[in-house]
Design a protein around this ligand. Sequence first.
Ligand code: HEC
Ligand code: HEC
Length: 170
Amino acid sequence: MKKWMQLLLLLTSVSSTSALLASGGMEEGGRSMPVESNAKWAAECSSCHMLYHPGLLPERSWHKMMSGLDKHFGENASLDATTQKEITAFLALNSADKQDNRRAKRINQSIPANSTPLRITETRYFTSKHDEVSANTFKRKSIGSASNCVACHKNAEKGDFSESQIKIPR
Ligand code: HEC
Ligand code: HEC
């Protein structure tokens, strides 16, 4: 490949990455909270399922989840100690109770103080927002389960759940 072509490719990939990071927020009411991405989180937490935005659960939930990765929903998702520590810190810093963002705050408020859910899909916020989606819809082949947010919210990994972006696949 010619030198100038390599440079051009490099430049385009750099600018699209930063565009992705810049838009990585939990939108709502026009106030988008930018989320710093973390390379280890993005690599390790997307191998079995989509990446769940840290603003979807409170800090205590992420701590509990990250300290039990050897028994993660029936799977062994263990990490080395350094990686585990780095990802936990990233999730905690950007968690639902740390974000200055309406959606994250509502999620947080929907969880009783004495409960530490590990599933976003079990929070009151989630169930109230999806009470019109039937159990059969979630079970469609094209979706799988309610946990597969990206099937219907194409920008879910970026923390964008705005109504204009929702499309339920057949
Ligand atoms: C070895 C595979 C595997 C890896 C790696 C993994 N997970 Fe999971 N995760 C699962 C399975 C299986 C479920 C349950 C999915 C279901 O019920 O549909 C799950 C569920 C979840 C849920 C709950 C989703 C819901 O229903 O609301 C969260 C949050 C989650 N994982 C976060 C993480 C994070 C953070 C990491 C990285 C530290 C991670 N996962 C790495 C397998 C994995
Ligand atoms: C079967 C498709 C489907 C899946 C899977 C799904 N959603 Fe939704 N979601 C919807 C629909 C449809 C609505 C709009 C409900 C309404 O407006 O009455 C919605 C609404 C929402 C809203 C509120 C949007 C707003 O501004 O009113 C949030 C937040 C949300 N979903 C998050 C999630 C998360 C997080 C996941 C995964 C853990 C998920 N959804 C999985 C279909 C889905």
